[in-house]
Design a protein. Structure first.
Length: 317
């Protein structure tokens, strides 16, 4: 098709690339200026809100965020009689194999039955039932990745510090409250042969399906020790021959250079606030992970895995 001719007396205007760029930049600057209106005041209130959140979290006043069920998915129901609900193939298999775990009921789909290596008829000293996946959805909620299997069981009883076995490597958590992080730390602890995980009686996650699923069965393979006063517990560990090393992104020494002796306790604090001041004063040494990259800190569960690897390597030499 032929191009339409320009009307008489019409002049074609051309805009150079430099002019076009200046106009585009001016438009962006104007838009940015509009968005930044009131920035000093907004920043002031943002700082106030952030300080309030940090203070509330430190004092244990801020409730844990609860996930909202998505439309169309059933919400989880609460277990009765103080039982915990454990779900997922690895989690349930480990619970069934743990003689210390008292299981009260098992629900399993036919698909999960074969993946667990179980056969019909089910023979357990507790009720067991083959169900459809939606039945488990109805109990644990539609967002839980249950993989077709669920057990209701009594929670494991935390052990006192006096029950600490003769292990050379343990983990200590200073008010780490996120069950996903604690579950991942449990998994790394079992993988690297840690003999126990010490937590505080307060500001620590309860045993739940979320924690157990994140631990992927590790909950059944490591001693959980609960203490009321962490500083006193650290002193007991010192008396038992442990060198307690607190991880801090601003620690004065590299982690590997703080190791000595034959027993090591790695102490980790919550993300954001880190180790509490009393904990920092009580541990044998404060150490940092040597990270030459642009990011100088890790998620607490990742930091635990790196520290466990370094400690296990030292103890094996």
């Amino acid at each position: 098709m032929a191009a339409r001719p320009l009307p008489v007396n019409t002049v074609r205007r051309t805009i150079s690339p430099a002019v076009s760029k200046r106009r585009a930049r001016g438009y962006r600057d104007a838009m940015t200026s509009d968005r930044k209106t009131g920035t000093p005041k907004d920043s002031h209130y943002a700082r106030l809100r952030r300080a309030h959140r940090d203070r509330a979290a430190q004092e244990g006043e801020r409730p844990a965020a609860q996930p909202r069920p998505r439309p169309g998915l059933p919400a989880a129901t609460r277990p009765d009689d103080g039982l915990v609900r454990l779900y997922g193939l690895h989690t349930v298999r480990a619970a069934l194999d743990n003689p210390a775990r008292k299981v009260r009921r098992l629900l399993v789909t036919r698909n999960a039955l074969s993946r667990l290596g179980l056969t019909e008829p089910l023979s357990f000293p507790f009720p067991a039932e083959i169900v459809e996946p939606r039945e488990i959805d109805r109990i644990v909620g539609g967002e839980a990745v249950h993989q077709g299997v669920l057990v209701e069981a009594e929670p494991l009883k935390p052990k006192p510090l006096a029950a600490l076995a003769d292990t050379p490597l343990i983990l200590v958590l200073d008010q780490v409250t996120d069950p996903h992080n604690v579950g991942a730390i449990l998994r790394s602890g079992v993988a690297f042969g840690a003999g126990a995980l010490i937590t505080t009686a307060r500001h620590s996650p309860a045993e739940t399906g979320v924690l157990a699923k994140a631990a992927s069965g590790a909950l059944e393979h490591i001693d959980l020790i609960e203490v009321r006063n962490l500083a006193d517990a650290l002193e007991e560990l010192h008396a038992a021959g442990f060198r307690t090393v607190g991880l801090d992104s601003e620690g004065p020494a590299e982690l590997e250079k703080t190791f000595s002796g034959s027993r090591i306790a790695l102490v980790l604090g919550a993300e954001g606030k880190g180790l509490r001041q009393k904990t920092r004063q009580t541990v044998t040494a404060l150490a940092r992970l040597d990270m030459p990259g642009a990011i100088r800190s890790l998620n607490v569960s990742n930091a635990a895995a790196v520290a466990l690897y370094a400690a296990r390597k030292f103890l094996s030499e």
